[in-house]
Design a protein around this ligand. Structure first.
Ligand code: FES
Ligand code: FES
Length: 176
C-alpha cells in the first residue's frame, strides 16, 4: 500500500540545458531520479554514502554528491551531469579528451564524477596548480590510476581551454 512518504510529487528542473518534468517520491535521491526517470546513467553510484564522489553532479554550478542529495531540492535548479559536459557540438570536451589520451581513465567508473568535479574547478580557476587540482578532487576516489594521470589530464585540459579562449578573443579582435 502506498504511504504518504512514498507518494510521488511533480519535480521540474533544468537538466543539461533542457527543462525536465518528472515525479519523485519525497525521500528520493537525486542520483536515482537522474539514472531512473531522467535516463542519465552516466552518473555512477559507488559507495552510496558520500565518500567516493562517483555520483558527483553540478547543482547550480556547485559539486554535490547525488547519492546524498534530495531530489526535490533541485526544483527549479540547473543540474549538470557528465552527459551535459560535451564540447558544445555533442563531441568530447577538452577534459574528456585529456582524460582518455593521458590515461586519466582506466575502468572508467570514477571518471564521470572526476570530470564533473574538474569542470567546476576550471570554471572557478582556469589555471589551477597541481595542488589546486588535488584539493578540488579530494572527494573523488579512483582505484585504478593513482591520480597522477588525472592531475595531468586536468592541467592539460586547462591549458587547452585557455588557448581556445585566447584564440576566440583574437578572432573577435579583442585584446588578450
Ligand atoms: S556514490 Fe555518492 S559519494 Fe559515493
Ligand atoms: S579509473 Fe577505475 S576507479 Fe578510476
Amino acid at each position: 500500500m502506498e504511504t504518504r512518504e512514498d507518494a510521488a510529487v511533480p519535480l521540474s528542473f533544468e537538466l543539461n540545458g533542457e527543462t525536465v518534468a518528472v515525479r519523485a517520491a519525497p525521500a528520493a535521491r537525486l542520483l536515482d531520479v537522474l539514472r531512473g526517470p531522467c535516463g542519465r546513467t552516466g552518473t555512477k553510484e559507488g559507495c552510496g554514502e558520500g565518500e567516493c564522489g562517483a555520483c558527483s553532479v553540478l547543482v547550480d554550478g556547485r559539486v554535490v554528491n547525488a547519492c546524498l542529495y534530495a531530489a526535490l531540492d533541485v526544483e527549479g535548479c540547473r543540474v549538470t551531469t557528465i552527459e551535459g559536459l560535451h564540447d558544445g557540438a555533442g563531441g568530447p570536451s577538452a577534459l574528456q579528451r585529456a582524460f582518455v589520451t593521458l590515461g586519466g581513465t582506466q575502468c572508467g567508473f570514477c571518471t564521470p564524477g572526476m570530470i564533473v568535479a574538474a569542470e567546476a574547478l576550471l570554471a572557478a580557476n582556469p589555471d589551477p596548480a597541481a595542488d589546486d587540482i588535488r584539493g578540488a578532487l579530494r572527494g573523488n576516489l579512483c582505484r585504478c590510476t593513482g591520480y597522477v594521470q588525472i592531475v595531468e589530464a586536468v592541467r592539460s585540459a586547462a591549458a587547452a581551454r585557455r588557448a581556445g579562449a585566447d584564440a576566440a578573443r583574437a578572432a573577435a579582435g579583442a585584446p588578450s
